[in-house]
Design a protein around this ligand. Structure first.
Ligand SMILES: *Cc1c(COP(=O)(O)O)cnc(C)c1O
Length: 229
């Protein structure tokens, strides 16, 4: 485990430096880019090693895995749910995560609203966009985003804070560019439950490019923790 911890520490330093390099080159000086550690299959000891080195954010894909591991994580670090989420699981994580990034249907949004109201909290959500129009992936189609956001304006127990995407393999640059446009078009939208200021995109293989195209948050698994077992 000591060797593995050392490797994570080294990886955090490298990824942080690479994000900073792209940020300082392509973005304005006050733009912030946060690095999320994606924890699927990773033991809490290694997750905590990344947090100790300054990673400010955790990303969780699976409800059961998160519930099993969460008490072993260093306290006080925001957790975002980034995996596909079934409606019937919303209740299990509501109040235990800070943001649900993978909202892509009215039914899911309605259930988040219902569970947030039950707890007396305001949930925070991102809308997932299927920028590559891949049938195998979740997310609303880019041309449907504007209509979807309009459908969500009547809910009062969540705030829409950002957009999230997982682009197709290959040609990420084109899709990051399209996401940046969508982000800019929707950033100014105002409403009681909408204030879009986060763009979550970029993973281990393409995060520098994502930073170039305006990501405010990159989601890194393999690049921090090595190949998943
Ligand atoms: C696994 C995962 C990541 C991280 O992927 P890596 O290629 O391991 O960095 C990012 N986002 C989502 C939604 C994921 O499921």
């Amino acid at each position: 485990m000591a060797d593995e911890v050392e490797k994570v520490v080294e990886n955090v330093r490298r990824v942080t430096a690479e994000v900073e390099e792209a940020r300082s080159k392509y973005r304005s000086s006050d733009d912030r880019v946060r690095i999320m550690a994606v924890t699927k299959t990773v033991p809490p000891e290694l997750v905590n090693a990344a947090l100790e080195c300054g990673i400010p954010l955790l990303g969780e894909n699976r409800v059961q895995e998160y519930l099993r591991k969460k008490d072993a994580y260093k306290a006080g670090v925001p957790v975002h749910f980034i995996g596909q989420l079934q409606q019937n699981k919303v209740r299990q994580i509501m109040g235990l995560v800070n943001v649900i990034q993978s909202v892509d249907s009215l039914r899911l949004a309605a259930e988040i609203d219902r569970q947030a109201r039950r707890l007396g909290i305001t949930a925070e959500i991102f809308i997932e966009v299927n920028i590559g129009r891949e049938p195998s992936k979740g997310g609303v189609l880019p041309e449907a985003l504007s209509g979807f956001l309009s459908e969500l304006t009547n809910f009062s127990n969540f705030m829409i804070r950002g957009l999230m995407t997982i682009p197709p393999k290959g040609n990420a640059e084109k899709f990051f560019y399209e996401m940046q446009k969508l982000f800019i078009d929707n950033r100014g939208k105002s409403g009681d439950n909408i204030d879009i200021c986060e763009l979550s995109m970029g993973m281990s293989n393409d995060f520098s490019l994502a930073v170039q195209y305006g990501a405010t948050m990159v989601r890194i698994g393999t690049g921090l923790f090595g190949t998943r077992k």
